[in-house]
Design a protein around this ligand. Structure first.
Ligand SMILES: [Zn+2]
Length: 391
């Protein structure tokens, strides 16, 4: 597969990344969490926004938590900085355009980026104009990639927020813009703080989308456990689980429920001791049986506190239990990662190789919000590129 050659891209990969040319699909990839630090510094100067650092490396390290000063109370404060510089059509389109270039240089052939329109109207921009600006940027990015010898398709998902009362309005916006601007708007999501903000407060939004035939995914199973996943699956009828990592807490080991933080080590110890009976609860079984895809974000979960360290992440355990897993960066900038880096980390931690990554990417193709015909075509493209990579 030919990767487009852009000067200075990709920002979050190592030189000679071994899986860079492996074809990928990205499904859980926040637009406002992926700004290049250089871009953020330029836009902040234009928009009179003060940043904690004006050196790209320092700023990047502050976003990822390697530099802790100045301290913050919640991740949202960091998103607050990135969204503050994305309040005009031009700045929004620029960030979307760069998102596409960055993804293509990471081997992505199809991507859905998500963002919350309600965070981009502080300067008076109408919601629909903000959505069109993202569509424009994504199309410019696709054209840049084609001109540089690569190929990518990029779509957007509109996010409501769990902590906001606007989710129904954003769902209506999604219905109104679904399929517009060359199929740019592909679906909907609800993001934001999970614990204390249950999805049952947003069922008017998800019911509207179901009635109108607009696909959606929902953040869940990240900061809250099995019951949150149950609500998302059985009350809201989501098509995918944004993370879904804590569905592992609906699995018992020798009769005791697993805890996401200790699951990997507990199962390994039980296997060592010769008795590791794993049994899926009703919610977990439903997710496996219906093949509801988990949008797994390993580095993000490890840095964000869902688990402590990649070695404790249950992605491999979930796969071995029959869950449908896909590999995603979540927030490339906040997590300082790319999908190629996710592959490398999963390979070194869990021993995955080309067969497992091919399986995850094929699951990713099936999980996209494309039409059946488009998914079939993407699957052919993916398989050809995997064969060229060397399966
Ligand atoms: Zn997310």
């Amino acid at each position: 597969m030919t990767l487009p050659d852009f000067d200075g891209y990709p920002r979050w990969s190592q030189p000679n990344e071994p899986y860079a040319a492996f074809p990928k699909v990205t499904l859980h990839d926040h637009l406002d969490g992926s700004l290049r630090p250089e871009t953020l510094i330029e836009l902040a100067a234009e928009h009179d926004v003060t940043l904690p650092y004006n050196d790209p490396e320092k700023l990047a390290s502050w976003f990822t938590g390697e530099i802790t000063e100045p301290t913050i109370n919640h991740w949202d404060e960091k998103f607050g900085l990135t969204t503050r510089v994305m309040q005009t059509e031009e700045s929004i389109a620029r960030v979307a355009r760069e998102w596409v270039r960055e993804a293509a240089a990471d081997g992505v052939i199809y991507g859905e980026t998500r963002w919350a329109p309600e965070k981009h109207i502080l300067g008076g921009l109408p919601l629909v104009v903000a959505v069109e600006a993202v569509a424009t940027g994504l199309q410019q990015g696709e054209a840049d990639v084609a001109a540089a010898g690569g190929h990518i398709r990029a779509r957007q998902l509109l996010c409501g927020m769990r902590s906001s009362t606007l989710s129904f309005e954003i769902a209506r916006l999604t219905v109104a813009t679904y399929g517009r601007w060359g199929d740019s708007v592909a679906g909907f999501d609800i993001a934001g703080p999970e614990d204390g903000f249950p999805i049952r407060h947003h069922l008017d939004a998800t019911e509207l989308l179901q009635r109108e035939g607009v696909p959606f995914t929902l953040h869940t199973g990240e900061a809250d456990g099995e019951h949150s996943v149950w609500e998302t699956v059985h009350l809201a009828h989501t098509l995918r689980l944004g993370h879904g990592t804590r569905v592992i807490e609906d699995v018992t080991l020798n009769g005791r429920p697993l805890n996401v933080r200790t699951a990997v080590k507990e199962v390994a110890a039980a296997r060592e001791a010769g008795r590791a009976e794993l049994e899926l609860g009703k919610t977990a079984q439903w997710v496996v049986d219906r093949r509801i895809p988990l949008e797994q974000c390993v580095t993000s979960n490890s840095k964000g506190g869902v688990v402590l360290g990649i070695d404790n992440h249950p992605i491999d355990l979930l796969r071995s239990l029959g869950f449908t897993v896909t590999i995603n960066p979540d927030n490339r900038g906040m997590s300082k990662t790319s999908i190629s880096q996710e592959f490398r980390r999963i390979e070194s931690q869990f021993g995955w190789g080309v067969p497992e990554f091919a399986e995850a990417e094929r699951a990713g193709v099936e999980a996209t919000f494309l039409s059946r015909t488009d998914r079939d075509a993407l699957r052919v493209q993916l398989d050809q590129s995997i064969a060229a990579f060397g399966e």
